[in-house]
Ligand binder design. Structure first.
Ligand code: GAL
Length: 955
């Protein structure tokens, strides 16, 4: 059959497209039929947009030799590379910047799906085909008829197709181009992944069916009443049985209601009924206003404890299923998060249903970013070029119209990192006009011309404090606005550090209404050889490496220590105690909920072991209230031991997102201090020709290096200052003066040499004097190891005296030694997870068990990890080590140098030694991969220091 060849000009056309229906609310009908066209599709990928004509769209085309792929899906993630590969860039366009032109090499995926209508598909009425997401530009044919083309990858597009449908053998053809003019508007920091990556659905539209509708459901916190009005294109009735509501569309009704909030997500089931259709409604009553310079919901200022969420699955990319979306929401709720910014595009609509249902404040962000234009000082930026304004307004409308019925959405965001310009202003004006019940967000304009909030990303603590105090200046308008950090706490690799310090500021100053961690999940791609792939692993000519792995959860959705820490930092109940007077102060930090949903529990630990526990009765405090609660009498018989209280707040009953006894918050405070380990120096070192003996240990007579303790052979402990730099140590390229990861290498801290100055046998000690220093520099650390023993135990005291002018902090300061074998690990100290000086809030003191392998935190790009804080003692490999004072402990089956050299987890192979680090100090972590480094109080300065360890054989 002959087939008309359509022009390909639309690919580089700045207009949003042609043929699609006007945007409208997204909903699932109760009774109108729908046919999912998800599933197996035929695919042919060509190198250019015009390599193939469009005859494939005609009826009778034989695509029998095409590949089969899953829709939703990205073709570059299917077929084992046969259809091209993913590309990762942060803000640089992976093609020459010459808008609206795109490269001739423009992978084009022709998709074909033949379908029959179900037998019960009604013969009357119309039908639409809805595409929920296609990257980046598509042309669509049904049964040989060209029905239109569109751009706007993460936005819905519907086409009227009723007149084209046949009972059987319908041919749906979709030609998808990876690059288009639309790509210039989609320069988000993520993988470029072409494909039909969200649902394709055929929707029957009966005569008299619902078109677009807008649920207005506000709450008056003074009267306790909600007002409901549903505006609908097609007249009908609205009912809410639980509220006895049955009104016409367009009519307002006011009744007493329970309001919706992220903490108390009360939804009322309702229905919109028109002549031809019934649509279920889930109505949440809430009112969002800007008042007294604050974002208020239902009359109260709120504090965002949020995260930025990209859609990500390690195998499916941005083609997420419902279970994965639910897992994200449940993980967020279980980690005390109350807000999500849908960076940087509207998510799959089902995600917003989940936010309504489980309770999360949402900043819904438009699919818009033009960050790459920053490289040319924003010249030719589409958001400041009227030719592009229709495309921008189209994107704004597709977001707002699709999502406007979600109570969870409190802000519309114009997009991300798109500079400033008239197009953004036009979007903001349109949104304000269309929906006065929500506020408008955009970070890129610090003058806040178009926004209702002053939003920034990665502002340092001191600036945030100034802003909190209102001392930041700025335009008149900005000075009256509340402040949020739409991105902060860059969760790349180990970290982010400094979150507790931000939270303190957010809680101290009213103007600071919280923030959103960057970001939720590492976008690692599952890879047969590399574990998880990141930028560059597919041979991209331009890429930004592992900057794409900067989430609070790993690609497989295991929480990283960063999420565990954040959970603690933002916990909604503060528990502070005073072990001396036996009281605990409990403060409700929710904005809306009282504490009736929580049960409190006390426990008492002796040397880290819980000896007694019980329920603690805490009043159902209202938000903001505190109470001092008396603890029981401490159990007796704890003389000479370290004792402490732990008080925990648990879910009192199962909730939608967590089970009874799920831990929400906790506090710990000492009752009696730890007795420090003592070793009387009663043994005298003796020397043979080759060995020195002291207590249970033997040493090399020439070097003074420890060889055995009891029966355990060790690789001798030595001073260690090196750690495999974290992404936050390495810092971002624009922070040249404080990137310690680089400076540490410059000053040679990864290649310290140990000079032996003396081995001295005294009456009660073996003393080994050394100087630890890097080639090329005059700085050094005079290091003295002093060994003593009482005959059974062996004590090492390390004294370190810096020499020269140290210009950088130390990565770590402690000793490293090797054990021939170790597997199980037991310790008394902070746990269960890793901690560093500015990421240690979640570290709970107790007795913990683990294994050497489980101590490792699998950051996608290997780096320093796994330290446990405040360790009193640890047992592994047949040894017990007590610290004076407490120490940082880590153990791994490779050296720090091997860890440093690895690019992927699969580069790490266990050697025949377990390397143990006992650190007196660690440098903080900070957030410098995109933000501030560790605050000064978390720097590990080179200064005179002494610390000790007592070695004995494990009991
Ligand atoms: C921001 C941007 C994010 C991400 C982040 C760094 O500038 O908005 O998309 O790139 O930095 O990971």
């Amino acid at each position: 059959m002959s087939f008309r060849t359509t022009s390909v000009d639309y690919v580089e056309d700045v207009s949003p497209g042609s043929g699609a229906l006007p945007p409208r609310a997204w909903y699932a009908s109760s009774d109108a039929k729908a046919l999912s066209l998800n599933g197996s599709w035929r695919l042919r990928v060509s190198a250019t947009i015009d390599a193939e004509d469009d005859s494939f769209a005609g009826e009778g085309y034989d695509a029998g030799d095409w590949a089969e792929v899953s829709v939703p899906g990205h073709w570059v993630l299917q077929g084992d590379g046969a259809f091209g590969s993913p590309i990762y860039t942060n803000h640089l366009y992976p093609f020459p910047v010459d808008p609206p032109h795109v490269p001739t090499e423009n992978p084009t995926g022709d998709h074909l799906r033949v379908f029959d209508l179900p037998a019960d598909w009604p013969g009357d009425g119309g039908a639409v085909i809805r595409f929920d997401g296609v990257e980046s530009c598509a042309r669509v044919w049904l049964n040989g008829t060209d029905i239109g083309e569109f751009k706007g990858s993460r936005l819905p597009h519907e086409f009227a197709v009723g007149h084209l449908l046949k009972p059987t053998g319908n041919v749906l053809a979709v030609r998808v181009h990876q690059w288009s003019a639309g790509s210039y508007l989609e320069d988000q920091d993520q993988w470029w992944l072409p494909g039909i990556f969200r649902d394709v659905t055929l929707l029957h539209r009966p005569a008299g069916s619902v078109g677009d509708f807008f649920v207005h459901a506000s709450f008056d916190h003074v009267t306790g009443e909600g007002t409901l009005r549903v505006d609908s294109d097609v007249d009908g009735r609205v009912s809410v049985p639980a509220l006895d509501i049955d009104v016409a569309t367009g009519e307002s009704v006011t009744v007493a209601v329970e309001p919706w909030s992220a903490e108390t997500p009360k939804l009322y089931d309702g229905e919109l009924v028109t002549a031809g259709e019934r649509v279920p409604l889930r109505i949440g009553f809430r009112t969002v206003v800007l008042e007294d310079g604050l974002i208020k919901v239902n009359g109260r200022a709120i504090l965002f404890k949020g995260v930025n969420r990209h859609e990500w699955h390690p195998e499916k990319g941005r083609a997420l299923d419902l279970a994965t979306m639910r897992e994200d929401v449940l993980l967020m709720k279980r980690h005390n998060l109350n807000a999500v910014r849908t960076s940087h595009y509207p998510p799959h609509p089902a995600f917003l249903d989940l936010c309504d249902e489980y309770g999360l404040w949402v900043i819904d962000e438009c699919d818009l970013e033009t960050h790459g234009f920053t490289e040319q000082a924003w010249r030719d930026n589409p958001v400041d070029d009227d030719r592009w304004t229709p495309a921008l307004l189209d994107r704004a409308a597709r977001m707002v119209e699709r999502d406007k019925n979600h109570p969870s959405i409190v802000f519309w965001s114009l997009g991300n990192e798109a500079g400033t310009g008239r197009g953004l202003t036009a979007m903001a004006e349109w949104i304000h006009g269309r929906d006065s019940s929500r506020l408008v967000h955009y970070e890129g304009d610090w003058d806040c011309r178009d926004t209702d909030v002053y939003s920034r990303m990665y502002a340092f603590h001191d600036e945030v404090e100034k802003i909190g105090q209102g001392l930041d200046g700025g335009t008149h308008k900005r000075r009256d606005l509340p402040f949020i950090q739409c991105e902060y706490g860059h969760a790349m690799g180990n970290g982010p550090g400094g979150l507790a310090d931000y939270q303190e500021l957010f809680e101290k100053y009213d103007r600071l209404q919280g923030g959103f961690i960057w970001e939720w999940i590492d976008h690692g791609i599952k890879h047969p050889e590399l574990g998880y792939a990141y930028g560059g692993d597919f041979g991209e000519e331009l890429h930004d490496g592992n900057f794409v792995c900067d989430g609070l959860i790993f690609p497989d959705r295991t929480p990283s220590p960063g999420l565990v820490e954040y959970k603690k930092v933002i916990e909604p109940v503060r528990i502070e105690g005073d072990g001396a007077d036996g009281t605990v102060r409990v403060t409700n930090k929710y904005d809306f909920a009282d504490l009736s949903g929580l049960a409190f529990e006390w426990s008492f630990q002796v040397d880290g072991k819980t000896v007694e526990a019980g329920a603690l009765s805490v009043p159902a405090l209202a938000p903001g209230e505190s109470a001092d609660v008396k603890l029981p009498e401490p159990p007796a018989d704890a003389q000479g031991a370290e004792t402490q209280w732990t008080v925990r707040a648990l879910l009192a009953a199962d909730t939608a997102w967590g089970q009874k006894d799920h831990e929400v918050a906790w506090g710990q405070f000492p009752a009696s201090a730890r007795p420090l380990p003592t070793v009387a120096a009663t043994d005298r070192p003796t020397a043979s020709e080759k060995l020195i003996y002291l207590g249970p240990a033997s040493f090399d007579a020439r070097t003074g290096a420890l060889k055995t303790i009891g029966g355990v052979e060790v690789t001798a402990p030595r001073l260690d200052v090196w750690r495999a730099p974290t992404d936050n140590d390495d810092g971002a390229e624009w922070q040249t003066d404080t990137r310690y990861g680089m400076l540490w290498r410059k000053y040679g801290l990864h290649r310290m040499r140990h000079r032996l100055d003396a081995v001295e046998l005294g009456d009660d000690a073996l003393t080994v004097r050394t100087r630890v220093a890097p080639a090329a520099w005059e700085v050094g650390l005079a290091t003295v190891y002093r060994w003593t023993s009482d005959g059974t135990r062996l004590k090492l005291t390390v004294s370190v005296t810096p020499e020269g002018d140290w210009k950088v902090p130390l990565p770590r300061l402690g000793i490293r030694f090797g054990l021939p074998q170790a597997d199980a690990v037991r310790w008394f100290g902070g746990g269960p997870g890793e901690a560093y000086p500015d990421t240690r809030l979640a570290s709970m003191v107790g007795r913990w068990n683990s294994t050497v392998d489980e101590l490792q935190t699998p950051y996608v790009r290997p780096q320093e990890n796994g330290a446990r804080a405040d360790v009193r003692w640890v047992e592994l490999g047949g040894l017990r080590i007590d610290g004076d004072p407490e120490f940082w402990f880590s153990a791994r089956r490779w050296t720090s140098e091997q860890l440093d050299a690895a690019a992927h987890l699969t580069d790490l192979t266990p050697g025949d030694t377990v390397w143990v680090n006992l650190d007196h100090g660690q440098h903080g972590i900070g957030s410098q991969s995109c933000g501030p480094g560790p605050l000064p109080q978390y720097h590990l300065r080179a200064e005179p220091t002494e610390f000790s360890f007592v070695f004995s054989t494990a009991r």
